[in-house]
Design a protein around this ligand. Structure first.
Ligand code: SF4
Length: 218
């Protein structure tokens, strides 16, 4: 897709989404990292509900270690995969305390070496906390960018690589949130609200569906 068209798409998205930022509630880089680990295969809403009380008593790795796995489990038991997430968060907090003086490492390799922190979580962290132009690809970013025609990809890693190389520099910081929020509220998985969508004229989705219909009927 041509860069002027990509630029237009992000202009439209940013005019429709006034505050492209995370919906996770956090107090510092550590609580953000914990929230993102918890948000794997869970909604931001469910994570915020669970961390509301948790973050009143836990603000640093040492607080989490003191709380312990059992009590952490009871705070997050409404979130999917809470057993393994509790294990990872305790381990991650121990590593941060022992190896990084309770700070969060900045580089990608160190971040992804932490338990429960994969490519997506590390990219979300670098984008939100370090203001780096990373485009973490979750289910919304994957669906929306393929529907619009920004990419034609089969997996998140390939999608991230291409998006980070084709999106104009000025949109790289906000693109992740613009695509997520657009996917969450407009370009929904089951029934995309195309008639309310600002990028409809630049989007491949409806054109492709029309072509498919023609091919079936011919
Ligand atoms: S036109 Fe429809 S499919 Fe395309 S981005 Fe908008 S909501 Fe999604």
């Amino acid at each position: 897709m041509r860069s002027d068209k990509i630029n237009k798409i992000f202009q439209y998205l940013s005019s429709a989404i006034s505050n492209p930022t995370t919906e996770l509630k956090y107090q510092n880089p550590y609580t953000f990292l914990v929230s993102v680990v918890l948000s794997a295969q869970a909604t931001d809403k469910s994570v915020n509900a669970a961390t509301k009380e948790l973050f009143k008593i836990v603000k640093r790795p040492n607080d989490m270690i003191k709380l312990g796995e059992k009590k952490l489990r009871s705070h997050i038991k409404t979130i999917g995969l809470y057993n393994s997430k509790a294990k990872n968060i305790i381990k991650l907090s121990q590593i941060l305390k022992e190896k990084y003086n309770s700070k969060i490492p900045k580089n990608f390799e160190s971040l992804t070496s932490l338990p429960g922190v994969g490519n997506k979580t590390a990219s979300v962290y670098q984008n939100e906390i370090l203001n780096m132009p990373r485009i973490a690809v979750d289910t919304h970013v994957f669906r929306v960018s393929n529907r619009i025609g920004l990419v034609q990809t089969k997996n998140p890693d390939e999608t991230q690589k291409i998006l980070e190389s084709i999106i104009p520099k000025k949109w790289l910081k906000s693109a992740h949130h613009l695509l997520i929020l657009h996917g969450r509220y407009t370009c929904k998985s089951q029934n995309p609200l195309c008639d309310q969508c600002k990028v409809i004229r630049l989007c491949n989705y409806n054109n492709k569906n029309e072509e498919d219909k023609k091919n079936i009927s011919s």
